[in-house]
Write a new protein. Structure first.
Lengths: 113, 113
């Protein structure tokens, strides 16, 4: 069973702090990993893609990938109340003779002013 | 560059009716995926089309069907609607779902009375 697991939260952090969101996946052969943000009642929006081990930074966001340990994380620096949302991790996994995007259930983040 | 367009945005139907939802992907994207999302639930994968062929399918009953046209536009149909079909239906497109991220439309909110 192909799985992507995330802590459902809620994760609560004060404004200005670093929020750390984690995701583990079951398919060791996975090669592409994505973080999405979803506000309540809205559709998911892509924050970042990561394909290689290590860190990838984009503004206040840093994605970290460790394929050996099968986890990918998202750090949000200087968290703002507007970052309060559900963060979804998605991983491309083998699905028979093709590949399929498998989604985690998401982590709810609350940034408190 | 225009994003993913879903129509209609809102729809109200009664039990037993059928409904057709439409999705126009980002220009150049050949993969279209459909998801169902109910309050507090994760993304439930319905199916994925690529170059007019269904490439992946989720665990939904046969009442849920879809198709993709030669211009990559996609439709999904739900027949014999049930109260439990009330949800946000999301369409996402990607150039190639294997390694490229998916980009979501705003969704169609379907309410069954």
């Amino acid at each position: 069973q192909k799985e992507v697991e995330q802590n459902s939260g809620p994760l609560s952090v004060p404004e200005g702090a670093i929020a750390s969101l984690n995701c583990t996946y079951s398919d060791r052969g996975s090669q592409s990993f994505f973080w999405y943000r979803q506000y309540s009642g809205k559709s998911p929006e892509l924050i970042m893609s990561i394909y290689s081990n290590g860190d990838k930074e984009d503004g206040r966001f840093t994605a970290q990938l460790n394929k050996a340990s099968q986890y990918v994380s998202l750090l949000i620096r200087d968290s703002q109340p507007s970052d309060s949302a559900t963060y979804l991790c998605a991983v491309n996994m083998d699905a028979g003779n093709n590949r399929k995007l498998i989604w985690g259930l998401g982590t709810s983040l609350a940034v408190n002013p | 560059k225009a994003g993913v367009t879903q129509t209609p945005r809102y729809l109200i139907k009664t039990r037993g009716q059928q409904v057709t939802l439409s999705c126009s992907p980002i220009s150049g994207h050949r993969s279209v995926s459909w998801y169902q999302q109910t309050p507090g639930q994760g993304l439930q994968f319905l199916f994925e089309y690529f170059s007019e062929t269904q490439r992946n399918k989720g665990n939904f009953p046969g009442r849920f069907s879809g198709r993709q046209f030669s211009n990559s536009r996609s439709e999904m149909n739900v027949s014999t609607l049930e109260l439990g079909d009330s949800a946000l239906y999301l369409c996402a497109s990607s150039f190639d779902s294997f390694n490229q991220p998916q980009h979501f439309g705003d969704g169609t909110r379907l309410s069954i009375l």
